[in-house]
Design a protein around this ligand. Structure first.
Ligand code: NAI
Length: 329
């Protein structure tokens, strides 16, 4: 048995939180030999609901769950945190301007980044799920100057998993046969899901599907899946988002199987695929010793290039708006 890991989940009383916490406590996040200490952070109005979830976590008698604590203040919630899952965010309400949305989220992710900077463990790993995830991750990163930038990531894994699911359905292959899927860019409708390097039971996916299907069905279906789920469920993706968060952190901590890669939104130092320094951007990666390693040197088609450029532009526009609001320098 390894040393216990402290995991902080924000928005713990929300829909994703409810689907996420029980899987963390079961050992799915870190591995079945790692005990977990859970810190649940909520806003004061939702603390009671989070306490109810904590009661249920205790009632599940998970052998790996060492403790559950509920917080309504950010500093103590991040004390000694090894893994921070930033799920709680301000949703866009009808008629809300982008600037207002960004400002409200800046007011959440800025202070949380600072608390992580001041209180979290030296090895802290941060996954931002709350939307707009890529931009919120940059805001948190800017408030945490003492934490290596590479520890701030944004969730692209749900998009990655959705892309695998669509390709599996199209080719009739089990999802386990699909390797090397990639989703470039942002967790938004701008994203570019890309099968250029994907294989299906060892065969290049590009030999099994045609360009017409990719362009007119695959890309828009994956990019707009979130809206389709809302339309069908009457609520946004929650269990699949929680599952993707589990996958992201599990691979970050434990590595990615040989012969495959996954898609995290990772900090850009300006050396990968022409993406400018300072963005947090989805691209193919493996992980070694608890650090993401971008898969470099792939040949990029004109179509993929256009997808990457489109996402750079969208991400930069959003960061310009954040900068104009004074949320980052
Ligand atoms: P939800 O509305 O059910 O829950 C959000 C929870 O966050 C609420 O309980 C709320 O009280 C809490 N919260 C709000 N501000 C907080 C703060 N400052 N500190 C702590 N907690 C706070 O929403 P749901 O369905 O759980 O989704 C959460 C976020 O995840 C949303 O922003 C959603 O857009 C995003 N999301 C991201 C995905 C991705 O792939 N990156 C996929 C699906 C959802």
């Amino acid at each position: 048995v390894r040393t216990p890991v402290t995991v902080t989940v924000t928005g713990a009383a929300g829909n994703i939180g409810y689907a996420l916490l029980f899987r963390i406590a079961s050992g799915a996040l870190l591995g079945s030999d790692t005990p977990v200490r859970l810190n649940l952070l909520e806003i004061p109005q939702a603390v009671k609901a989070a306490e109810g979830t904590a009661m249920e976590l205790n009632d599940s008698a998970f052998p790996l769950l060492e403790s559950v604590n509920v917080y309504d203040g950010i500093d103590d919630a991040f004390d000694g945190t090894n893994v921070a899952l930033l799920v709680g965010a301000r949703p866009r309400t009808k008629g809300m301007e982008r600037a207002d949305l960004l400002e409200a989220n800046g007011g959440i992710f800025g202070p949380q980044g600072k608390a992580i900077n001041d209180r979290a463990a030296d090895d802290v790993k941060v996954l931002v799920v709350g939307n707009p995830a890529n931009t919120n991750a940059v805001i948190a990163m800017h408030s945490a100057p003492d934490v290596p930038k590479s520890r701030f990531t944004a969730m692209m894994r749900l998009d990655h998993n959705r892309a695998i699911s669509q390709l599996a359905a199209k080719t009739g292959a089990p999802v386990a046969d699909i390797k090397k899927m990639t989703v470039w860019g942002n967790h938004s409708a701008d994203q570019y899901p890309d099968v250029s390097y994907a294989t299906v039971a060892g065969k290049p996916a590009s030999e099994l599907v045609d360009a017409e299907w990719l362009e007119s069905f695959f890309v828009p279906t994956v990019a707009k899946r979130g809206a389709a789920i809302i339309e069908a469920r009457g609520a946004s993706s929650a269990a699949s988002a929680a599952s993707a968060a589990i996958d992201h952190v599990y691979n970050w901590v434990n590595g990615v199987p040989e012969g495959d890669w996954v898609t995290p939104g990772v900090y850009q130092d300006g050396s990968h695929y022409g993406v400018p320094e300072g963005l947090i951007f989805g691209m193919p990666a493996t992980a070694e010793n608890g650090e993401w390693v971008v898969v470099d040197g792939l040949e990029v088609s004109d179509r993929t290039r256009a997808g990457i450029e489109h996402n750079i532009k969208a991400a930069q526009e959003e960061l310009d708006a954040v900068r104009a609001l004074g949320l980052i320098k």
